[in-house]
Ligand binder design. Structure first.
Ligand SMILES: NC(=O)c1ccc[n+]([C@@H]2O[C@H](COP(=O)([O-])OP(=O)(O)OC[C@H]3O[C@@H](n4cnc5c(N)ncnc54)[C@H](O)[C@@H]3O)[C@@H](O)[C@H]2O)c1
Ligand SMILES: CC(C)[C@H](C(=O)O)[C@@H](O)C(=O)O
Ligand SMILES: [Mg+2]
Length: 356
């Protein structure tokens, strides 16, 4: 199979972790007789420095012309002072919207080897942590208008949150279909006791739940969900929610599985082309030190093989190679535990490559 992949290394630890994922993709290509070619795309802080904007139109075009897109992470303190529409993160939002990627799939699955790295009590961990946050990705407050204006002698800032029924329905369908392939349970998370967007969200989800009578359905308020994720995570199978709630809950969900550095994600729209990225950020505190955990990015590459290219066996081979590295007790600093061996980002890459 021949595939062309747009590669966005981005900022901070982005280049380090993406390089490890590309080594793994190359090894898979060689082993299974595929050809993967890569097109470099500048996005985020590096694009601001080079081109004056976080996602130049030509860079979005490169992504739209590719079969899929692999991303490290963007952002960092260097660009923090910039206005909202000029920041590196704006490039990421423009990319997601420009590619029409409304469905962000963020698995929170505990690798048994990392049970000791979870901050939860062992009796909670033992019950199992294996759920998916299905996050709406191109609507809500992220994409409403953002303004700051003078008002009565002080500044007033406004961010508008809105959702149309069709935006809720399409992500809801993804959640119900995903649940059918898993344990048949959807928890829809909202703030319907306060927000109109959430009341509409709930109405549309209830309509869909009637279409999927075989799927167990529950509503949950977002504050309670934040609490339930640490108290009893085994109750969740598919958690579907709007953009900002999904951003926050997926970081929380990642941490109970041991480390945010382990969690991959896929972002998909109508076609097979997707954006694959770890859920964490550019980790400026450890950037350039070869310390970052590359596994979230490597597993994102595996998700790309599976969801965009239908290469299930190849994706499973990558997951098995990661599993072996964890079995051997290799850990980057973020998930280090007693009795394990501390390795660098590239050494983790070496081990996963060897296991392939
Ligand atoms: N998708 C993205 O590109 C993305 C996602 C989240 C944050 N960001 C941006 O990243 C910058 C830093 O954000 P932040 O510090 O709030 O979040 P972060 O996820 O970058 O880091 C939070 C903490 O987790 C650690 N961490 C994250 N990924 C790790 C990995 N792979 N291995 C080991 N440790 C890891 C970091 O060292 C840090 O202590 C900000 O500019 C933010 O906007 C980008
Ligand atoms: C960097 C930021 C815009 C982004 C988001 O909020 O979606 C990040 O936190 C993520 O989780 O991918
Ligand atoms: Mg986030």
């Amino acid at each position: 199979m021949e595939k062309q992949i747009a590669v966005i290394r981005g900022d901070g630890i982005g280049p380090e972790i993406v390089d490890q994922a590309l080594r793994v993709l190359d090894a898979v290509a060689e082993k299974y007789g595929h050809t993967f070619t890569y097109t470099d795309v500048d996005m985020g802080g590096i694009a601001i420095d080079k081109w004056g904007e976080p996602l130049p139109a030509a860079m979005l075009d490169k992504c739209l012309a590719a079969d899929s897109v692999l991303l490290g992470a963007v952002g960092g303190p260097k660009w923090d002072g910039l206005p909202g529409d000029k920041r590196p993160e704006k490039g990421l939002l423009a990319l997601r919207a420009g590619m029409g990627l409304y469905a962000n799939n963020r698995p929170a699955k505990l690798w048994p080897q990392l049970a000791a790295a979870s901050p939860l009590k062992p009796e909670i961990v033992e019950k199992g942590i294996d759920f998916i946050v299905v996050r709406e990705l191109i609507g809500g407050v992220y994409f409403g208008s953002h303004t700051t204006a003078e008002c009565g002698g002080e500044q007033k800032a406004t961010d508008v949150m809105s959702y149309a029924e069709h935006e809720i329905e399409r992500i809801g369908r993804i959640a119900f279909e995903t649940a059918r392939k898993r344990r048949n349970k959807v928890t829809s998370v909202d703030k319907a006791n306060v927000l109109d967007t959430s009341r509409l969200w709930r109405k549309v989800m209830h309509r869909l739940a009637e279409e999927y009578p075989d799927v167990e359905y529950a509503d949950m308020l977002v504050d309670n969900t934040a609490m339930q994720i640490v108290k009893a995570p085994s109750q969740f199978d598919v958690v579907v929610t709007e953009n900002m709630f999904g951003d926050i809950l997926s970081d929380e969900a990642s941490m109970i599985t041991g480390s945010i550095g382990m969690i991959p994600s896929s972002s998909l729209g109508e076609g097979s082309r997707g954006l694959y990225e770890p859920i964490h950020g550019s980790a400026p505190d450890i950037a350039g030190q070869n310390k970052a955990n590359p596994i979230g990015t490597i597993l994102s590459a595996a998700m790309m093989l599976k969801y965009s290219f239908d290469l299930d066996e190849e994706a499973a081979a990558i997951e098995a190679a990661v599993n072996k590295a964890l079995d051997a007790g290799l850990r980057t600093g973020d998930m280090m535990a007693e009795g394990c061996t501390l390795v660098s980002c590239s050494e983790m890459g070496d081990a996963i490559l060897k296991n392939l």
